[in-house]
Design a protein around this ligand. Structure first.
Ligand code: SF4
Ligand code: SF4
Length: 368
């Protein structure tokens, strides 16, 4: 392990850019911390934090100049490998037939800075869906291979986080190139850095670092321990799949249906939700057609529309039940893991503040 002084963090950005990476990191936009292309560490939300609770997200000033003193926001890294809108191909009418052009964007070398532990798990879940199954998504795979991942161990959790229950955080365990823990103590501000790959080790070796002393390693461990201890929200996953399968007619689904707006926010912000639809766009001449893929949500009526039948899940109740049961139960059958990593986004960004952990508790309390 090495230490990087906080005022040397810029070296990491410069080095990655020299290696041809565009740097994507947390940034302040429209009163939220999102992920965007940045140039230097001063573009990060330095000295800001977020106050989150069910249905509420507010930025607040911190008392220090932490670079990563906040939890996850409305964006997730899925937007990098699975863009919200993507032109797949276009067709132009020629004198004899059509010319088809493949307009899929070329993947770029991207360095993702500030990836949290739960987000690494979410990326691994999406890898299972898009790379490890029978049908490989070529853009996802190509873009995934061009990522350099700088994880950041959480020094601050949101009130909506429950990664400890899901065993996905707050410490980054695998699948990163570099992992940083930000330490601010006794007027010192530094990062304890650990390489997780050969590429990461080479980058670390090229920075101005020092070998981490035992006290600095202990301080970094303390940061993570303190964060874990601050996470009070829990989700009991013991026997959860069976519990949900056996309670498809539970009255709680009616209760949640009265609160759910079926807005789909929860699916948009969720780092593992992956459903998309395709749309055809034509011009009035009929000479030109484009084929776009965009994120879709199981909360829309169209999502389960079957020709001749209509929408299979026509009620709010059936749509919420489908989403939650897929996340926490049938995902295990389909992909071999939970579909939830406990990031808490769906709780924060749900307008009426519906809380997946509370819904499970209600069913568990009074099962069928
Ligand atoms: S659970 Fe909340 S965020 Fe999800 S669709 Fe219902 S109202 Fe929208
Ligand atoms: S279901 Fe909610 S808490 Fe779980 S990963 Fe998705 S957004 Fe995060």
């Amino acid at each position: 392990m090495h230490t990087i002084a906080s005022n040397k963090l810029a070296q990491l950005f410069i080095l990655l850019k020299k290696q041809g990476y565009a740097v994507i990191a947390p940034a302040l936009r429209d009163a939220a911390i999102i992920y965007d292309e940045v140039e230097t560490p001063s573009d990060l939300p330095v000295g800001w934090t977020d106050a989150q609770s069910p249905g509420s997200y507010r930025l607040k000033k911190r008392e220090d100049d932490a670079y990563f003193g906040y939890a996850v926001g409305p964006h997730s890294w899925k937007k990098v490998v699975l863009p919200p809108r993507m032109k797949l191909w276009a067709a132009r009418r020629e004198e004899k037939g059509f010319t088809i052009s493949d307009t899929t964007e070329a993947p770029r070398k991207l360095a993702l800075i500030g990836v949290r532990a739960c987000e690494l798990y979410a990326m691994a879940i999406q890898d299972t869906v898009f790379i490890k199954g029978d049908y490989v998504d070529p853009f996802y795979k190509a873009q995934r291979e061009k990522l350099f991942i700088v994880a950041v161990n959480c020094a601050q959790a949101a009130e909506t986080c429950f990664c400890v229950s899901m065993k996905t955080g707050p410490k980054a365990e695998t699948a990163y190139d570099l992992a940083l823990t930000e330490v601010i103590e006794n007027k010192r501000h530094y990062f304890v850095a650990e390489a997780g790959s050969r590429r990461g080790a080479a980058v670390l070796a090229a920075l101005s670092t020092a070998i981490a002393r035992p006290a600095e390693k202990t301080a970094a461990r303390q940061v993570i321990r303190k964060t874990a201890a601050s996470i009070k929200r829990t989700l009991d996953t013991d026997g959860l799949k069976t519990l949900l399968y056996e309670n498809l007619a539970h009255p709680r689904w009616n209760d949640v249906a009265e609160r759910c707006l079926t807005c789909g926010n929860c699916t948009m912000v969720c780092p593992t939700c992956f459903c998309t639809t395709v749309e055809e766009i034509t011009d009035l001449t009929g000479d030109h057609s484009e084929h776009w893929r965009r994120w879709d949500s199981c909360f829309t009526m169209d999502f389960s529309f079957i020709h001749g039948e209509g929408s299979v899940r026509s009620s709010n109740k059936s749509r919420y039940r489908q989403w939650m049961t897929h996340k926490l139960a049938s995902w295990h059958d389909q992909f071999g893991s939970s579909g939830c990593v406990g990031c808490g986004r769906c709780i924060t960004w749900c307008p009426p503040g519906i809380d997946i952990t509370e819904e499970v508790k209600a069913i568990r309390k009074n099962p069928a």
